[in-house]
Design a protein around this ligand. Structure first.
Ligand SMILES: *[C@@H]1O[C@H](CO)[C@@H](O)[C@H](O)[C@H]1NC(C)=O
Length: 397
């Protein structure tokens, strides 16, 4: 080298190189939906723009972000297909996605926004507005046979390594968020809002999935806050505020004769406010080879809950389609620990198990539930297990 680079020039050179590097990686890795023609006016259909942004992100060999800025984006039913070239697509949403106000426009596909066969997708922030109120009105009008079923707001199916954080889902037509056939899911800081009388608007539904974690979420809806379907294992739910709603429910199970079971479910630190149920296990009174085992309901506060602790194995609305009325679902090793608060009905603990396959290994530990400032009641049918510590109402196990 003939000349020495002076330190100032060296510094400038480094800074320039650094800026080029940062701007090029930023440009290469963030797709703003506006660049794809999305309009933040709440009126222009932006479905194609979102799908085009997804297709490009999916084809990228490197990690990518899709950015949705502030504003309202009108989207019809959309499927985001996976088998992508990279395993790190972040969707960062500062705005609101709105479904068409006419519920017929989302069609009969069963979902509004669906991700399938994706691996490594995260959604951060954002509001999803399903605009479900007119469909609820139709269903609540007494002539519900004239109304379409409606759609799930957000579904992940046959996917893995999914993360949802800080997302708000409001006024879903049907279920808000569904994980079906997924592995390794984290959902946290989710906010769900729908009217207490909105039909079938379950907050988060998990089925055929394993290693799903749901943390720090606030769920106010018209059906189950969280519902757990067949084939769920290693599910962890913690720090949830639920209500209005129907509580946290394993079930309904046992509709099918051949049905995969539910196991290793923990539900921890939940406040139920004015809900229909607290922690529930529910199965059809039908033959089935399914099961529920190794479940922990731990550290719950019940505030004026109609059925704080309930197992109902005789579910059979209108006594239709339940030959013999005995559930084949085998329930074992379910622990209820540190559950306190108030029941809105006299029977605060109800174990109504299958007469063919009685529940076994039910455990009550440090449970105190009152009804109108008095001692509540417990009721057992075909239920076996033990009570430990202080248990009020007095255990019937
Ligand atoms: C139960 O599930 C949790 C995750 O929710 C997992 O960490 C744990 O290993 C599982 N236990 C068994 C016995 O599979």
């Amino acid at each position: 080298m003939s000349k020495k680079l002076n330190p100032l020039h060296f510094l400038i050179l480094i800074t320039i190189l650094y800026c080029i590097l940062i701007s090029s990686t930023a440009k290469a890795s963030t797709y703003n939906v506006i660049q794809f023609g999305a309009k933040p006016n709440g009126k222009t259909d932006s479905t194609k723009a979102f799908l085009n942004a997804w297709t490009k992100a999916c084809a990228s060999p490197n990690p990518v972000s899709i950015y949705v800025p502030q504003g309202k984006f009108l989207l019809g039913a959309a499927t985001f297909n996976g088998k992508c070239t990279n395993k790190a697509i972040s969707i960062i949403i500062d705005g609101t996605l709105v479904a068409p106000s006419d519920y017929r426009l989302t069609g009969n596909a069963g979902y509004w926004l669906k991700f399938q066969h994706v691996d490594g997708v995260s959604i951060r922030g954002g509001v999803l507005d399903g605009q479900g109120t007119s469909l609820w009105d139709c269903k609540n009008s007494g002539k519900s046979s004239n109304c379409p079923t409606g759609v799930t707001t957000l579904e992940f199916s046959n996917s893995k390594n999914i993360m949802i954080s800080g997302l708000t889902s409001m006024n879903s037509q049907m279920f808000h968020i569904v994980f079906n056939g997924c592995q390794n899911v984290m959902a946290q800081g989710v906010k769900i809002m729908a009217a207490g009388n909105s039909p079938n608007t379950d907050g988060i539904h998990v089925q055929m999935s394993s290693h799903v974690t749901i943390l720090k979420s606030n769920i106010r809806t018209g059906d189950d806050c969280i519902s757990i379907g067949p084939g769920t294992s290693n599910l962890w739910i913690e720090n949830i505020a639920c209500g209005p709603g129907h509580g946290i429910s394993i079930g309904s199970l046992g509709w099918e004769l051949n049905e995969p079971g539910v196991q290793n479910v923990t539900v921890k630190t939940v406040t139920f406010s004015g809900t229909q149920n607290g922690v529930r296990i529910k199965s059809w009174g039908r033959p089935s080879n399914g099961f529920v085992r190794n479940v922990f309901f731990q550290d719950a506060i019940m505030v004026n809950v109609q059925n704080p602790i309930v197992i109902d194995q005789n579910y059979c609305p209108n006594n239709k389609d339940c030959p013999g009325q005995a559930s084949g679902i085998k329930i074992s090793d379910v622990t209820y620990e540190d559950i306190h608060g108030t029941s809105a009905t006299q029977v605060a603990v109800k174990f109504d198990c299958s007469y063919k396959y009685p529940c076994s290994g039910l455990k009550l530990k440090d449970v105190k539930l009152t009804y109108k400032n008095q001692v509540a009641e417990a009721s057992c049918n075909h239920a076996g297990g033990a009570a430990l510590g202080l248990v009020q109402p007095q255990s019937c196990l």
